[in-house]
Design a protein around this ligand. Structure first.
Ligand code: ZN
Length: 333
């Protein structure tokens, strides 16, 4: 598949789109989309750009008139080195130059100095930073605490320049992990002009982790949330309630969510029921006439359910899909 071709929508995908037709606003700001070129040497060079995003996500979003993106780098294996991250950042700058209505985040690594962070944000479209645990070189990145992969230099520069920091928490309990929780509270208080965006509803793929803790951050005005890749309404509702709908932004996690299936909480953990897991369940799906749509669509269906259950009006839905991100990134139409 070339990233620039439109996706083939199956009958099941079209059914999901029908449920979303009157819901997704006409102006969409995706607060969490990865734009990058797949590492040369892969079987096919896949180039994820603003154009490929619009071609592929546009139909799932019911073809909005305006699409803006916060473009994030992607954690390819070579991004563990400063040179690898430099290449990832170069790709982001290139994509922002080609799409001036978008913003982006530069890739900051665990050991990056303050000077280095100042350099990587020195581009007019860069409005934030993105970090990944595997830049620590830790044998098990899933065990990393936040401060191990989000260096204080990033907080200092974000605070000084009023930038966002998009954070994907590690550790199975995410925000319900006491060390993760304490580090967030300490750092957002120490750096009040830095804006921390807790990605994936504070990474609530296991919904209890966010549902039981997100409300405890409601008094911290520089904590924001994006709804990307979550496909259950409960963690989304926790984010909307905690911020009165003002510091919460829809995001797609493009192109990771261009796979059919769903991410489900099971007991105190979660599973991505996609790809091979979906194939393994094909007999069950046939028996119950289950036809999975894209995870990106499951996410939108969950946002719709959260909005219905919280009685959000159209303005509040438009805030989540567009206005809040415009506010965070200081943009005007
Ligand atoms: Zn992501």
């Amino acid at each position: 598949m070339s990233a620039n071709t439109r996706l083939e929508l199956t009958e099941a995908d079209l059914r999901a789109r029908e449920l979303l037709r009157d819901f997704v606003p006409d102006k969409v700001f995706d607060a969490h989309a990865h734009l990058y070129a797949k590492t040369p040497g892969a079987a096919e060079l896949i180039d994820y750009t603003y154009e490929s995003y619009c071609a592929q996500m546009g139909p799932m979003l019911c073809d909005p008139a305006v699409i803006r993106i916060n473009a994030l780098p992607h954690a390819t294996r070579n991004a563990a080195t400063p040179e690898g991250r430099q290449e990832e950042n170069r790709q982001i700058y290139e994509r922002l130059d080609a799409a001036p209505n978008c913003v982006g985040c530069a890739f900051v690594g665990a050991g990056d100095s303050r000077e280095r962070v100042e350099q990587i944000v020195d581009h007019p479209g860069i409005k934030g930073l993105k970090c990944y645990a595997h830049t620590t070189g830790a044998a098990n990145p899933n065990a990393c605490a936040i401060n191990e992969y989000l260096p204080e230099s990033a907080w200092e520069v974000a605070n000084e320049k009023k930038l966002s920091i998009v954070l994907h928490m590690m550790r199975p309990a995410a925000l319900a992990d006491p060390e993760n929780f304490d580090q967030i509270v300490t750092m957002v208080k120490r750096y009040p002009d830095a804006k921390l965006v807790l990605a994936h509803c504070a990474r609530s793929f296991a919904s209890w982790t966010g549902v039981e803790t997100i409300g405890k951050l409601s008094h911290l005005e520089n904590v924001w949330f994006d709804l990307s890749a979550i496909t259950e309404p409960a963690p989304m509702m926790a984010c909307i309630k905690a911020t009165a709908g003002k510091r919460v932004m829809w995001g797609s996690d493009y192109p990771i969510t261009l796979v059919r299936g769903k991410v489900v909480s099971i007991n105190d953990s979660f599973a991505w029921i996609t790809g091979a897991a979906c194939d393994a369940l094909s007999d069950l799906f046939r028996r119950y006439n289950v036809k999975p749509c894209f995870v990106a669509q499951e996410n939108l269906l969950a946002v719709r359910q959260a909005a219905l259950l919280l009685d959000l009006d159209r303005t509040q839905v438009e805030d989540i899909f567009y206005n809040n991100a415009m506010n965070l990134y200081g943009l005007k139409d």
